[in-house]
Design a protein around this ligand. Structure first.
Ligand code: NAP
Length: 540
């Protein structure tokens, strides 16, 4: 109906923080409501009180257009993959490494074409990357995208090799012998580290480690998170900082109805934290969080500003012309201000603080506070805290056998084709954060993966991807020989069903956080017969 904007062919599509529905073009057909995999679209009459600001934001996107559709630019056409020209007896077969959103969108894009086969390799026994281990547990509607991913895994030609680590159990060269191409969608598994004194003190960590901890990632179950103090400071004010601040100040009884890990819920029930300070080095207009996330934060939590920071907001508002940033500043300007003499607060709150450049973490053996320089001045300020978390972004990690750009922390590429000193590396592709860096939302990976798949198929059609060395069934044998505990799609479904059953009536699921428990659940899946294994190896 051309009612949702910006559309993929309009300016700003790739960077849009939210989509807008044109009230004149919308005919209330409801198609978008049922199609949206994360339930992000709903009729205005059914919005909760917290969601009401979106009505105004949507209306504000259209008024100057006088009922006409926004101007459409044809600068960024949607990149559909060219039709695959299959080689007789040797259908296009692609290994995808990683199983997060970029990997799943790439698999789905490839499988839109008949006969194509996709093998997805994942180091953990459970798939879906940051959707499982990165999206905050109080954002269950976002996690619903996994239902769409589960549907993708049921398509003909899709095979999961979970609990298999490429680089450890299989090499890149071995994968290439069994596939025409290897597409890495491994994300950005490391954190950017803040290089200041005191980062080695007890009770310092990165926000992304804490996210993995409360999401039950098996590698972070033992993270020492001590919440027996009153204040946590988070350095950086991106969406990850907001996620962590929300969870640390949320009512544990509310979190108990999510899929938060049991160990995290127990720690949060014992928590003495009364305030989480989110400290940004620049001003309010440069806040890294997005508008929808700010609305989510301010409607769900007690969020306050110091009087001096409130003044900064008003200063920025007077000069700001960008409408999205103005929206953010207007919301910030309405936040309550607090001072040292304010009445004590009754429930944990979040304080947004600005112009604070981290200098060093202070304390003996463990964190006692953090010293900031007041940005643009010679002044400094120490904020007392029992825990300091840095939330200054993710960082990509080098992939064995592929070139790596240390500065940008991505694999050098052109449109997803891996480049070594500007020359394409035959059969190697990237998508998602390892391709473009750690920015954007789950949906951003759809167009990112589509571009890579477009180029991969083009290379295959031009004969630039070598034939596979081995017969189709040989891969299964190789993987099972190297990694007998490989988990397939049926194994994942058994883990999934067991977690949902453990969750009972009150929780969407109760996650396994130990790999052994995941494998035990996977082992209850019905084993495929030899005939089914053969047919699956042949892609039928
Ligand atoms: P981010 O958005 O890149 O924010 C990084 C923050 O760290 C910024 O405030 C930045 O400040 C600050 N920073 C960087 N270097 C610093 C330094 N040396 N000292 C002090 N501060 C420093 O990163 P993120 O929060 O990790 O998010 C990563 C991506 O995931 C983003 O695209 C985000 O939108 C996305 N994400 C989305 C959601 C969601 O949609 N719900 C949830 C989580 C994450 P400057 O701006 O001054 O550099």
């Amino acid at each position: 109906m051309n009612c949702i904007h910006p559309s993929p062919d309009e300016p700003g599509f790739a960077t849009a923080e939210m989509l807008y529905i044109d009230p004149d073009a919308c005919v209330d057909c409801g198609a978008c409501v049922s199609a949206c995999p994360v339930g992000a679209i709903g009729p205005d009459t059914r919005l909760t009180e917290n969601q009401l600001p979106f009505i105004e934001l949507n209306a504000a996107f259209y008024p100057k257009r006088e009922g006409k559709l926004p101007p459409t630019s044809k600068l960024a056409p949607v990149l559909e993959a060219p039709k695959v020209n299959p080689r007789a007896g040797d259908p296009l077969t692609v290994a995808i490494v990683g199983s997060g959103p970029a990997a799943m969108y790439a698999a789905d894009e490839l499988l839109t074409q008949r006969g194509v086969r996709v093998n997805v390799f994942e180091k953990l026994p459970t798939p879906y990357g940051l959707v499982r281990a990165g999206v905050a547990p109080d954002h269950q509607s976002t996690k619903r995208i996994t239902r769409l991913f589960d549907r993708m895994t049921r398509q003909t030609g899709f095979t999961f090799f979970l609990n298999v680590e490429v680089g450890k159990h299989l090499t890149h060269a071995e994968l290439l012998e069994h596939h025409h191409a290897v597409l890495y969608a491994v994300g950005a598994p490391n954190d950017r580290r803040l290089d200041i004194d005191g980062m080695d003190l007890a009770n310092t960590a990165t926000a992304t480690e804490v996210v993995a901890w409360f999401n039950g990632h098996p590698d972070f179950v033992g993270l020492p998170v001590d919440l027996s103090h009153e204040r946590v400071v988070i350095v950086g004010n991106g969406n990850v900082a907001l996620d962590v601040a929300r969870i640390l100040t949320a009512d544990p009884d509310t979190l108990a109805r999510t899929d938060i890990a049991d160990h995290a819920l127990a720690a949060l029930r014992r928590s003495k934290v009364q305030e989480v300070v989110i400290a940004a080095r620049r001003g309010p207009a440069q806040s890294a969080f997005t508008l929808p996330e700010l609305i989510g934060l301010t409607s769900a939590c007690d969020v306050v500003l110091d009087a001096a920071d409130h003044d900064l907001v008003i200063r920025d508002l007077a000069h700001e012309s960008d409408p999205l940033t103005r929206n953010k500043l207007e919301i910030l300007s309405k936040l309550p201000t607090v001072s040292a003499t304010s009445a004590p607060h009754t429930r944990p709150r979040i304080r947004l603080a600005y112009q604070l450049t981290p200098r060093r973490i202070v304390g003996q053996g463990r964190v006692a506070g953090i010293e900031f320089g007041v940005t643009g001045t010679d002044e400094h300020r120490t904020v007392a805290a029992g825990m300091v978390l840095t939330s200054i972004g993710y960082r990509g990690k080098a992939i064995p056998a592929l070139p790596f750009d240390e500065d940008a922390a991505v694999v050098p590429n052109a449109g997803g084709r891996v480049l070594d000193n500007g020359v394409p590396v035959p059969g190697a592709y990237v998508a998602g954060w390892i391709k473009r860096g750690p920015t954007g939302f789950i949906g951003t990976n759809k167009s990112c993966a589509a571009e890579t798949v477009h180029n991969l198929v083009e290379d295959y059609n031009r004969g630039q991807l070598g034939d596979r060395v081995h017969k189709p069934g040989a891969l299964d044998k190789l993987v099972r020989g190297r990694r007998p505990a490989v988990v397939d799609a049926a194994g994942w479904r058994a883990i999934d069903a067991a977690e949902i059953a453990r969750g009972g009536e009150d929780r969407p699921r109760d996650k396994f956080t130990r790999v052994d428990d995941m494998l035990a659940a996977a082992a209850t899946a019905p084993k495929p017969t030899v005939g089914q294994r053969l047919l699956s190896a042949l892609g039928r």
